[in-house]
Design a protein around this ligand. Sequence first.
Ligand SMILES: Cc1ncc(COP(=O)(O)O)c(C=O)c1O
Length: 938
Amino acid sequence: MATSTNTAANVDNFFASSAARFDRWRELNAKAQTWAAGARSANSRSGRTAVEAALAQVRPLEDFFAYPGSRLMKALAERIASDDALGTARLVRRVSGALLTDSYRYESGQWETSDDDNDSVPESLGQTFQAAEVRRPYFEALFVTPVPAANVAKLANEIRRLRRVEDAMIYEPVLVGSVEDAMLATILNGKIQSVVIFDGIPVPSRHDVPLLRDLLTTYQHLDASSDAPLEIGITLAKMIKRVRPELDIYLMTDRNVEKLAGDPAASMIRRVFYEVEELMEVHLNILEGVADRYSTPHFDNLKKYAARPIATFHALPIARGKSIMKSNWINDMGEFYGLNLFLAESSATTGGLDSMLEPTGNIKIAQEKFARAVGADHVFFVTNGTSTSNKMVYQAVTAPGDIVIADRNCHKSHHYGMVLSGSQPLYVEAFPMTEYSMYGAVPLRTIKQALLNLKSEGRLDRVKMVTLTNCTFDGHVYNTRRVMQECLAIKPDLLFLWDEAWFGFARWSPFLRPRTGIGAAEWLEEWRASPEALRAYQAQAAELGEDLDPKDPRLLERRLVPDPRKIRIRVYETDSVHKSMSCLRQGSIVAVKDEDYNHHVSAFREAVFIHASTSPNAQIIASMDVARRQMELEGYELVRKAIEIALAIRKSVNEHPIISKYFRVLGSDGMIPKEFRNSGFRDFLDEGANWMTALKAVADDEFFLDPTRMTLVCGTAGFDGSALKSLLASKYNIQLNKTSRNSVLLQSNINNTRSDVALLIKVLLEISQDIEARLAEGGEAERAVLAAKVKSLMTDVPDLPNFSRFHDGYRENPKSVTLEGDMRSAFFAAYEEDDCEYIPLMSPKIDERLGKGPQMVSANFVIPYPPGFPIMVPGQVIEADTIGFMRKLDVKEIHGYNNARGLKLIKLSAIGKVREKAEPKKVQAAPATPAPGKKKSA
Ligand SMILES: Cc1ncc(COP(=O)(O)O)c(C=O)c1O
């Protein structure tokens, strides 16, 4: 978000809050050093004024963090007041350094107010930070309490005195006195892990927080004048959970604790305490809650296993590493990876290890913890990527003949999943982004139309599932709530498979979570239980009838409401944990939130048996366990930083006077057509854009752009995507992933730092300056060359071909308006080489057949990289636009196209052969002789 829209002092400018905090301390440090350097000069007065002004900028945010805390802030103010420029500079330098390096978490000296003795621990800190070798994890606990300001320090010290040598972790309290300040602390301070809410807290903040107030109004109808303190406590707990569901919340009350503890409305509260009870109980619960998230049952067990003296007589020579460490020839591998990798290798499923195929021990618990973390009922670990997770879902929930509505542009694992399960794809098209040779996402209207067409033809019962990619490779995020709500209005028991291979991290962003499959399923559950749901449905039924008429044009124009009494919430979400969390490659999960999952339990087990290796990699499983731990404890903070970094890149590129002449990162307006952005949200960098406008877009718009996925247009600099990608990799050691004809995709993730931004900007500047120098040197001629290149890359772009149709031989009813087909039979037809033919792409024979026939039917998937979607699938009739696109496409990598032989086609004479073979029973089951008295059918 444009930081300019909020004044620097605004504490509710959340999008840039962590960077802004450090920047403010850096600024204060610079001013303090300047003041110290000129302490004896005539400018000393102005030096002090500048420090005071910078401190005023720093102050408001610091109320929400334990470090530096009130003691150090007071000491700082005293040094300034006593004109101690050198002392001020020393203290500011130490504090800003500790903040930047996070060293305050384990160095008690960083909390000291005096400069000379950094080892002594103030008595008030009690049992505190330890020597480096026994570093205990550090976190902060938020206490929302109505105690008068004068007693805050006393309460904080009381809490600190609860610390014990035996505590496995250490926390610092952060004390705030109102609901709004509690929300600010929750949002701003990622180190907070637990929240203790006392009875009787007021609502308003001491700060000026207009944006926060808007947010709270959208979250809950919070009444600042409410005199029902208990409800305020529960309301606050609910709001905190909406921002950070992973936090443990405790309520301290002197009212009817027993009643409250049994109230379902208070289910998000981990424990309710009677206020006069031992504070020690609260302390122990805080530690236990965080320890539960910290514990990684599989990884912990693997570490224990590795430390045991175990002799192996199973088939896995690298287990224990002896064949490696002792080898004359391969010991470098041992040195490179370290012995633990081999000590932790085993093919055993006993002796403390568990079986991934039939987990009953620590893997089962690790999966349950992951399910809790992502809000699912079940999670299955998969060690061969989301490619396999997707196939497992198809295998488990669809059967031959089921129709699946699928984005044709989805990952190939979906297409192969349907080949394997025999379900029939009904492809729906994403909106094209022709100018960048890529697709967006599938408009809801298109999906509704497909369902209504099936309903018109009386075949709605055949459609089992809708599968969509969320977010797409390029960052288009669906309005998952709305998609599911409207589809369920047409078919109340539909299943949804949200392929969130790229979007696993979104769970830990309050902005993006509502748009995840599981996040939306949670919302649907809440919505279904609300009285408004039935009211809205009944109002619609009064207007449109209970049984929607599929021919009624109004159905496409309005937001459909399902019958809350009938819908089933059936959501499957697949996440490449390795793509967005700290997990080894191929770690992936299937997350299930399906209230009819009991129908699929055994099928799911079969799917695991079919697709999972019988030798799953224990290290991958352990890394999923650890990735979950990290996300539950610091995912919120890390994801927020990844978003901040993306916003910094967007701003630095698009506002740089030289870089922006040649390169541009596309905003929402460049990636999403206007008709899908109801809220009017255009770009993260727009004047007036802030997280409130972004939240509105998240709630209202059909598509939202994941800010961390940045399409950098490079055709305007004369580079095609692949050329820029190669240049960045070979000359600058910068790796990226996807390219299009005229763009490359940059992604920020939890691993990126501000230094990465600096490097990228430096490199783009260097490339831009090279272009400038070339143009200056080459004059008119060089400018003409660049202009021609830019025109070719940006304007002469091929139209993207839509899916044509399956050949009639692969369709049950060729007259049907819906275009699903039996892709599996076509796929297997290609196994018979004699039934196939090849024609080179450039051959005039192709044009002849396009003109006069016979039809050409693709024998396989043809997937050019980029753009990476199948322009042909088995059984598809090939049409002129697909050939035109392929001929224009100057990419080297086309999966499924044999350059030497040409396009592989199924001979028309062979169509139907495999189907007949596959369905002998049907053929044999037909009566051999007509029943007496009946006419022989034609
Ligand atoms: C949308 C989508 N789904 C699934 C996958 C497969 O994921 P994995 O690489 O974890 O097998 C990818 C891979 O790029 C993808 O882009």
